[in-house]
Design a protein around this ligand. Structure first.
Ligand code: SAH
Ligand code: SF4
Length: 366
């Protein structure tokens, strides 16, 4: 059975006409029930003919991932561990702020990019997520929040596990569904895709819905960036910035550069100077993320004074820079941490573990 959450509106229109022999209008009705009313009980869709209701019920799967763990931090951040049909699990996080509730979605189980500071990176790639599993995170968490009378999700960031551009087609379709005016209808500015710098896919972004783009930069010096992000050995800063220039930016839109600040690694005067020289003031925003320490990592978070100095110096240079307030520290909200903790306790078969180890050794850019 095909998941309803795998179709964008155009595909569902084609499906209605070609597979169901129904009119185009059925797609609008179904998107309204599923995405606006969040009602998956087809038998109650009384504005749809009985015969079409039966066909929809027989041909489509409406199931969503299952919530298997929820952690709530003192600051209101909630972390969810979701299990999918094949028993793989992924995590997503809801981060509240004064005016937003941002859902951080995963795009893969694990990640092949292997950044040395990232907990997900140490796990390797298990598999890509389907579009329905990306949309499923949003739908499941929305229903969960609704059941707790909590405020709804207002923003989405592709900053959970995985490199979204490595799973380009599935992620692209998920963005189309998030933006679909006849369905969820989220605004373009409410969605942000973050990438580690997969250059061939950045060059394809002209073909991607116009969401905000964030680049995980983390260093403006090739030697240090290669140490932190092995992808830089293949697509160095020069190639990366050539590709970034090809991203179609609407007037007044900027690229966000994420910069995880790590003690004695990328937080010196030289690092600051390189960053100031690299970025275009009009088209860039810098988001400084103090390194989130976790037990297995040797990297450290810089002192508060260093973080403040780095941020202020960027602003004084004419760049726009902010420090990302760390959320959910007390519930292991660092990228990938929760899932691994859970997996350690989870008993996997030896075969399954071998299969995963195999996949983990495959790196996307090699
Ligand atoms: N793979 C994409 C998508 C998000 S990765 C990318 O790298 O851009 C998850 C996010 O968590 C990124 O913003 C990454 O920079 C951040 N991150 C990973 N490990 C971290 C750590 N230990 N401390 C702080 N941020 C971390
Ligand atoms: Fe993958 Fe992003 Fe983690 Fe790097 S930071 S390993 S690209 S999830």
């Amino acid at each position: 059975m095909q998941s309803i959450f795998d179709f964008n509106f155009q595909e569902f229109t084609d499906f209605s006409v070609n597979e169901l022999g129904a009119s185009k209008f059925l797609a609008s009705q179904v998107f309204d029930w599923v995405y606006r009313k969040k009602n998956f009980d087809v038998s109650t869709w009384l504005n749809v003919s009985k015969i079409n209701r039966e066909k929809l019920q027989n041909l489509l799967d409406f199931s969503l991932p299952e919530v298997i763990w929820v952690g709530e931090s003192k600051d209101g951040t909630r972390k969810f561990l979701l299990r999918m049909g094949d028993n793989e699990s992924i995590e997503c996080v809801v981060i509240p702020s004064k005016e937003r509730r941002t859902l951080c979605v995963s795009s893969q189980v694990g990640c092949a990019i292997g950044c040395t500071f990232c907990h997900t990176g140490t796990q390797g790639l298990t598999r890509h997520l389907k579009t329905s599993e990306i949309i499923g995170q949003y739908m499941k968490i929305s229903l969960w929040l609704e059941s707790k009378d909590a405020l709804p999700i207002s923003n989405i960031v592709y900053m959970g596990q995985g490199e979204p551009l490595h799973n380009y087609e599935k992620v692209k379709k998920s963005a189309e569904i998030f933006l679909e005016p006849k369905g969820l209808g989220l605004g373009q500015r409410r969605i942000t895709l973050s990438t580690s710098g997969l250059v061939p896919k950045i060059e394809k972004l002209f073909d991607f819905p116009p969401v905000n783009i964030a680049i995980s930069l983390h260093s403006a010096r090739n030697d240090i960036r290669s140490e932190l992000m092995p992808i830089n050995k293949v697509y160095d800063l020069e190639r990366l910035f050539k590709a970034i220039k090809s991203i179609p930016l609407k007037a007044s839109r900027r690229i966000t550069y994420e910069y995880i600040l790590i003690k004695d690694l990328n937080d010196t005067k030289e690092d600051l100077r390189a960053l100031i020289n690299l970025l275009d003031r009009r088209e860039s925003k810098v988001n400084i993320i103090p390194f989130n320490e976790y037990p297995e990592s040797t990297f450290k978070r810089p002192s508060d004074a260093t973080i403040k100095w780095f941020n202020e110096s960027l602003n004084e240079s004419g760049l726009t820079s902010t420090i990302r307030v760390s959320k959910g520290d007390d519930i292991l909200a660092a990228c990938g941490q929760l899932k691994s903790e859970h997996e350690k306790k989870n008993l996997w078969s030896a075969d399954k573990k071998r299969e995963i180890e195999n996949l983990k050794s495959q790196h996307v850019y090699r």
